[in-house]
Design a protein around this ligand. Structure first.
Ligand code: HEC
Ligand SMILES: [Cu+2]
Length: 336
């Protein structure tokens, strides 16, 4: 085999495999459920692969040129007929057996996948075109809070997510942690999963929900339990009051320029419900549902012209002077 053919073949095998790891991969599981899904997938892949290889080999043999055995019509060759009949019967039985075994494997896998833990940490997520509203429920109501486009969860503890939709059907999917579950209006679906390793995983809406469906992602951040508790305590508090004059000016503009009509910043007068909660927006890793990185420049670009970045999204372009924009960026940035 010439060298270029060999390296070409190697490359064509290796390239798709590059996609098998990373922060959004069902083949690089970081949770109990995704591990189970990969296990089931690999079993199916192996069995189907073997069946496919056998069929291909037999087909190949059948295509080989050969001498005709005799001139007799085939119907009269009894021993051949009996042998063929037995083989077909055997292969038919093997097919039925394989299907049965795979069904059992899949059923056994679902027991882990759909297991429910009554002590799970509960989150409620409402899907919007095109962002995620997130609520943490605690035993006491004053310990429950809302955030958006990012979930943080403790490693090793089961998490239950209750899913609802405010408009069309969306689908919650963090491939590294678990499978998909739809968000449907007028109905609450549930999915439970447990992260095994700390890390930042990418979640993505997995049901086409309109123009900006591809820009409806979120970060799922798995933290060590003590880190998670610290985060939760901090997140539960209202926004920090701005310390410098620029940020103070930004806070006033946030209300004066209409942002507060759609966004809540807990601990201030801003209480809008149409857009994401911005109480701790400065500590999130991304902006606009995973569309932009969390940087002052990206924040400015978003506020200056959200329709350019995510055409059709439900945040209008607000007329702002450049000085006003800078003040608002400063204000939001320090909301950590
Ligand atoms: C009519 C309602 C509305 C108004 C007014 C509005 N927004 Fe928004 N905003 C939204 C919606 C809806 C989103 C989510 C868009 C998306 O990601 O699809 C959003 C997203 C954002 C985000 C990203 C949040 C995140 O979780 O990543 C920021 C920051 C933001 N808005 C700031 C502002 C500022 C500053 C103003 C005022 C200049 C403003 N918004 C005015 C509705 C509004
Ligand atoms: Cu979608």
């Amino acid at each position: 085999m010439p060298a270029w053919v060999r390296s070409g073949l190697l490359l064509s095998v290796a390239l798709p495999l590059v996609a098998c790891t990373g922060s959004q991969s069902a083949l690089d599981p970081q949770g109990l459920q995704s591990e189970q899904i990969r296990h089931t997938f690999m079993m199916f892949l192996a069995v189907s692969g073997i069946v496919w290889a056998c069929v291909t080999v037999v087909l190949g043999i059948g295509l080989l040129p050969r001498k005709r055995i005799s001139d007799e019509p085939p119907g009269l060759r009894r021993p051949f007929e009996t042998r063929a009949g037995r083989m077909i019967l055997g292969l038919g039985a093997a097919t039925a057996l394989i299907v049965l075994v795979l069904s059992f494997v899949s059923y056994a896998g679902q027991r882990t996948l759909f297991a429910k833990d009554p002590n799970a940490l509960t989150l409620r997520i409402v899907g919007h075109q095109w962002w995620w509203e997130v609520h943490y429920a605690a035993d006491s109501p004053h310990n429950s809070f809302a955030t958006a486009n990012e979930i943080r969860i403790p490693v090793g503890k089961p998490v239950k997510v209750e899913l609802e939709s405010a408009d069309v059907i969306h689908s919650f999917w963090v491939p590294s942690l678990t499978g998909k579950m739809d968000l449907i209006t007028g109905q609450t679906n549930e999915i439970q999963f447990t992260a095994k390793n700390p890390g930042i995983y990418r979640g993505q809406c997995a049901e086409f929900c309109g123009l900006q469906h591809a820009h409806m992602a979120f970060a799922a951040i798995a933290l060590r339990p003590e880190e998670f508790e610290r985060w939760r305590e901090h997140e539960n508090q209202g926004a920090t009051s701005p310390s410098d004059t620029l940020a103070k000016q930004g806070e006033q503009l946030f209300r004066g320029r209409g942002c507060a009509l759609c966004h809540t910043i807990r601990g201030t007068l801003a209480g809008g419900q149409l857009g994401p909660d911005l109480t701790h927006v400065g500590s999130r890793t991304t902006l606009a549902a995973g569309t932009l990185p969390q940087t002052p420049a990206a924040l400015g670009a978003w506020i200056a012209d959200p329709q350019h970045i995510k055409p059709g999204n439900l945040m209008p372009q607000m007329p702002l002077q450049s000085g006003e924009l800078i003040a608002i960026i400063r204000y939001l940035e320090q909301l950590e």
